[in-house]
Design a binder for this molecule. Sequence first.
Ligand code: FES
Length: 189
Amino acid sequence: MECEKIRTQIERIQSKLGEPENKQVESERSGMADTLDEFVKNLQNQILDETRAAYGDTAFQRWLKPLYAGIMDSADGYGRVPGSCGDTMEIFLKFEEGRVKKALFQTDGCGSSTVCGSFAAELAHGKAPDELVEITGERILNVLGGLPKEEQHCAFLAAESLQEALNDYMIKQAKKERDESGKPCAKKR
Ligand code: FES
């Protein structure tokens, strides 16, 4: 019983002692959270400003919102190329009546590779095979308005993956044509 009384007394004292301290801690915590939020916001703005300055506006917008990202089931043409930097780019093509109806890209690489994959896929839309071969790394760089020198290889990786996907499509087409032409003819009498 005595123990119970002592414990209650201790709890009462602790709660009294704790009150002002808790409030102070609370307000310090909220002050720290505000400072941290402010810091993160400033850092984000700084990254955005630096990225816009490095990429230019066209590529920057695509960096913020990459178009044509994703994977495709049963693509007519598929290309996957690992870059010398260790990143990989994949391009998926769907054809209709000899032209690209849909193109998607996927990469595990940097922001520049995302921008380049996105432009490679965009440029591929509506193109016939002989037009697709004209989509080179230089062309991608021109369309997106250039990249910092050390990241230009991302455009060549995207172009190479696109050409790989085209190659895959052409091989499948040739096989299809060969299979069709090799079908046994009706017996002549
Ligand atoms: S693709 Fe490797 S750094 Fe961009």
